[in-house]
Design a protein around this ligand. Structure first.
Ligand SMILES: Cc1cc2nc3c(=O)[nH]c(=O)nc-3n(C[C@H](O)[C@H](O)[C@H](O)COP(=O)(O)O)c2cc1C
Length: 188
């Protein structure tokens, strides 16, 4: 089983989403034989933002990197994404990764009947952390909802969220939220 593990929090060892994404990967390793993990730390090694030059294929180095990122995504059986909520959305480094995997003809195609995803047959886990409490369908959520839309768009139907929220609302709430999320991980 190929697992692509991605972290994007800027908070290093204090990060909640990193703690959760790591726990998910460890759970997969405990449950399955032969788990091969590839790891992207987008905070430590950000992928350059998409530019017109990159989009038009005029930068050979970036074209090669973009292809590598797409192939890595396509090859993964499971993608585990550590996604902190920053300003209601994602870390910009995670958006930069999304801009590189969302490529027509590679991970989706346009047809007469609309877009069709080409990267199905994988499971995505979103390890979500949020300072406030939003629940499942908040209009202020441009983090989990956005990620689900992007993964669905590339054909991935199985997108599950492990969430710790309210982590900036006092130590007690934070600890409870993390405990509940880690209990959820044990059910994976
Ligand atoms: C730059 C920044 C922006 C944030 N914006 C929000 C926000 O819009 N809504 C929210 O509920 N929490 C917000 N928070 C709190 C984080 O979501 C919370 O600290 C969460 O644990 C971040 O994930 P991490 O610990 O993996 O970095 C923000 C934190 C930072 C550092």
């Amino acid at each position: 089983m190929k697992v692509l593990h991605i972290d994007s929090s800027i908070l290093g060892t204090a990060s909640v989403s990193r703690q959760l994404s790591q726990a998910i990967v460890e759970q997969l390793q405990a449950k399955h034989d032969n788990v091969q993990v590839e790891y992207l730390d987008l905070a430590a090694q950000p992928i350059p933002h998409l530019t017109a030059e990159i989009l038009m294929g005029q930068n050979a180095e970036q074209a090669a990197l973009g292809e590598q990122i797409i192939q890595q995504y396509l090859a993964a059986d499971v993608v585990v994404v550590g996604a902190a909520m920053y300003n209601f959305g994602l870390a910009s480094t995670l958006k930069a990764w999304i801009d590189r995997i969302s490529v027509a003809g590679k991970t989706f195609k346009y047809t007469e009947n609309g877009p069709v995803g080409l990267a199905g047959n994988k499971q995505v886990y979103i390890a979500s952390s949020r300072g406030g409490v939003y629940g499942d369908n908040s209009p202020a959520d441009f983090q989990e909802g956005f990620l689900k839309t992007v993964f669905n768009f590339t054909g991935v139907e199985q997108v599950d969220v492990v969430r710790a929220e309210g982590v900036n609302m006092g130590e007690e709430l934070k600890n409870k939220a993390i405990e509940a999320a880690l209990a959820q991980v044990k059910l994976i």
